[in-house]
Design a protein. Sequence first.
Length: 267
Amino acid sequence: MALQFPQIDPIIFSIGPLSVRWYGVMYLIGFLFAMWMANRQAEKPNSGWSKEQVSDLLFYSMLGVILGGRIGYVLFYQFSYFVENPVYLLRIDQGGMSFHGGALGVIAAIVIFALRTKKSILSVGDFVVPLVPVGLMAGRIGNFINGELWGRTTDVPWAFVFPTGGPLPRHPSQLYEAFFEGLVLFIMLVWFAKKPRPAGSIAGLFLFGYGVFRFGIEYFREPDAHIGLYAGMISQGQILSLPMVLAGAALIAWAYRAKPILNHSEK
């Protein structure tokens, strides 16, 4: 007996040609939470951050998410189609965003912001990463509401029959990702950041934690139909997550070796 997917209209309401969608609202929730948490961190004594800097950083990061997410999706998942139809890169109305591309976009935003404000790139990264998981959780819930990015077929009691996934029950892998890449990772980062840490170690934990969680959950997520599994074993998402695991572990190790004086933030 599989659970039937709840019939949730992805459109909350429409006014003329404009529609408000659950997925867009989830993005907004993630951004508003990031703004609230960033300002809360900036208000702490000796934080080294002003509200103006927080506003600029969030603006750069949002651009990084949108541009990087779209470019990453096209290059990582639709490259052959893009080669034949370059204008597809601009067709955001057709959907398609990549977390790994968005992560690269945010890294670029962090570097640009740090150079412009003369802040440490690593300490800016440490400031940013705890803001991310709640947005990831909201986004994956949005994927679930849309009935997309479902998991592989299974007979577990909590499996769902998704309208676009055929008649067989499937893992609700979107909810697995929301829980581990969102809630669990957020708790890990907040707990870790409670004490002063070497610059770069919090960002390293995010890269490592997300990469490990995503790599594991990919075993429950249906591979992209046009890509499948490489060598019948590993998905595109796992290939893109492995560098995150390695980079995160290396950054944590380097931070503790290179920064014996613990530093939560740098002015």
